[in-house]
Design a protein around this ligand. Structure first.
Ligand code: SF4
Length: 377
């Protein structure tokens, strides 16, 4: 395990209608304490240190998450970071990032994050119309203006803390307008997320007959602009990962590629879970039955579902194993494979879109490599 996701606070101050934590199959958030206790933080820190030392890891990545982690309060956030750093000691580097909706992100938070070395990722879905289509307050008002103001502060005064933007794709939004709106916030990186869904609960706008590829078409419009830009405007993680995989490298995320899952979630009550995107599949899908008070992270590594996610191609559906682009696609995000029979041994529900997107990018990259080899570039 390399990434430890700490669910510091289990509630949120937005009511986004596509949220996989509150609006999809698993409703276990209702049973969680609002805030992670200092006891869970202390034990988690010891477990992380124990794991890092046992595996001689030079560094560990801690991700402060929720719900909305800023609801935990500045003192609690600082306590969590300092406790984990102290447990690891000076020999193991701790990289910390925080993923926020930015509704409460202000100068006071950013001064603290500067002191603690916490990088900040923000969720933004594009321009006001696209963002406020889903990302609304509990009373129905939009959140775009507040988030944009926080991003001005982050990008303007604390660019060294700016991790990037998370944008959930809605194919009803214009892709070019969305991309340009995201660029206005000067992100060093953009992560486009496909809305969560599976073969039982298909994502919005995905035709049942599989004849069209709306998500690939949407992303390709942005890829063309990004790839043709005379100067790199930002990193787009999905495109960069696909290109890296095409030329024999590895992926930085679980969205594509055959790399092992290296991430574990610690819920607010101390339960150890797999990726919380699995909450979109069925109630209890991310659960492992382990708890930081009882179990080490080495024990979690021996859980059958965790082992299955270290097996690469062997754990995939037959159709994926025989697919010509499997080493790049990897069957897509694990949560998107869930379907008939109540298991994950299916191709991604986005199979057609992934195939179209990856083969399109492969065509563009191949064309450029050939031109380079022939000295035309
Ligand atoms: S494109 Fe489809 S069949 Fe090929 S690896 Fe991806 S999900 Fe599997």
């Amino acid at each position: 395990m390399r990434q430890f996701i700490l669910k510091l606070h289990s509630r949120c101050d937005l009511s986004c209608d596509y949220c996989y934590v509150y609006e999809m199959a698993d409703q276990s958030w209702k049973m969680q304490p609002r805030r992670m206790s200092t006891g869970v933080i202390a034990t988690t820190a010891q477990r992380i240190a124990e794991h890092a030392l046992a595996h001689r890891m030079p560094s560990v990545h801690l991700i402060l998450h929720g719900g909305e982690p800023l609801l935990a309060g500045s003192d609690h956030i600082a306590h969590a970071v300092r406790t984990v750093r102290e447990a690891l000691g000076p020999a193991i580097r701790l990289d910390v990032s925080l993923q926020t909706n930015a509704m409460r992100l202000d100068e006071t938070h950013l001064e603290l994050f500067d002191e603690l070395g916490v990088r900040v990722g923000v969720s933004l879905d594009g321009d006001e119309e696209g963002h406020d289509r889903h990302r609304r307050r509990p009373d129905g008002r939009g959140s775009h203006a507040t988030v944009a103001a926080a991003l001005d502060l982050l990008a303007g005064r604390y660019p060294h803390l700016y991790g990037g933007l998370l944008c959930t794709v809605d194919v009803r939004n214009d892709p070019i307008a969305t991309y340009k709106a995201l660029l206005e916030s000067q992100p060093p990186r953009i992560d486009f997320l496909l809305p969560h869904g599976n073969w039982t609960e298909p994502p919005p706008g995905l035709p049942a007959d599989g004849g069209e590829t709306p998500y690939a078409d949407w992303l390709i419009a942005i890829f063309d602009l990004w790839y043709a830009a005379p100067k790199r405007e930002t990193e787009i993680r999905l495109f960069a990962d696909i290109i890296r995989l095409l030329i024999g490298g590895t992926s930085s995320s679980e969205a594509v590629g055959l790399g092992p899952a290296r991430m574990v979630v610690i819920e607010a009550d101390g339960a150890v879970q797999q990726s919380d995107t699995l909450k979109s599949a069925y109630p209890g899908a991310p659960e492992t039955g382990f708890h930081v008070f009882r179990d080490s992270f080495d024990a979690v590594l021996r859980h059958p579902a965790v082992i299955a996610r270290q097996l690469g191609r062997d754990s995939l559906a037959r159709a994926c194993q025989e697919c010509p682009i499997v080493s790049v696609c990897g069957g897509g995000l694990y949560a998107h494979r869930y379907g008939e029979g109540g298991h994950f041994a299916h191709p991604s529900v986005y199979c057609n879109d992934l195939f179209r997107l990856i083969t399109y990018i492969r065509g563009e990259v191949e064309r450029d490599v050939v031109a380079l080899l022939e000295g035309r570039r």
